[in-house]
Design a protein around this ligand. Structure first.
Ligand code: HEM
Length: 156
């Protein structure tokens, strides 16, 4: 179990970089597309696809950590009332998990709306707006010290 926990945490930690890179790619291609008036092409589609894929992987491993493997969230779930009074436990049990689930729902909704539109300019514009909202939420919830919780940027 300890081994599985370490592997999952490692995967969850590194996959955050995939999410950030693909998210930035979606935003850059959308801005380029809007500026040049180009088609919503395969590059835009692929970057959105990999952004959503990396988010789904993060959600899956996150849920596994949350409900099964993480000693931090087990402690919080054992006594939820006490955890709410502890900033770090509350961050992991509530803020990190729920805001990120919201961010993933936002990104997923955006990708569906973009797919349904037929006008290329609309596709670029909507990809930009929805992805920026998702990325702001995601970045705010990465434990980099902003919420008083800090974890390594690169876990080995
Ligand atoms: C885009 C979404 C997400 C990002 C970028 C993200 C990022 C991170 C990062 C960077 C860590 C610290 C890892 C380390 O210590 O090296 C972490 C830990 C954790 N995440 Fe996420 N996460 C996301 C979504 C989620 C979701 C949706 C859940 C649960 C439903 C979740 C549950 C957890 C838990 C429980 C830990 C702490 C585990 C522990 O220390 O024992 N995460 N996350």
């Amino acid at each position: 179990m300890d081994f599985l926990y370490k592997i999952s945490l490692l995967l969850h930690s590194w996959n955050r970089w995939a999410i950030l890179i693909f998210g930035i790619a979606v935003i850059v291609f959308a801005i380029k597309g809007l500026n040049s008036g180009s088609k919503y092409n395969n590059t835009s589609r692929k970057s959105m696809f990999y952004f959503i894929l990396s988010l789904h992987l993060q959600l899956l491993v996150g849920l596994l950590l949350y409900f099964v493997l993480s000693p931090v969230t087990s402690a919080a779930l054992n006594d939820f009332g006490a955890a709410m009074k502890d900033g770090t436990l509350r961050y992991w049990a509530v803020e990190h998990a729920f805001v990120n689930i919201l961010a993933i729902a936002v990104a997923q909704t955006g990708s569906i709306i973009v797919r349904k539109r037929t006008n290329d300019r609309d596709k670029h514009r909507l990809a930009l707006i929805w992805t920026i909202i998702a990325m702001v939420l995601i970045i705010a919830m990465i434990p980099m010290g902003m919420m008083g919780v800090e974890r390594p940027w690169f876990r080995f």
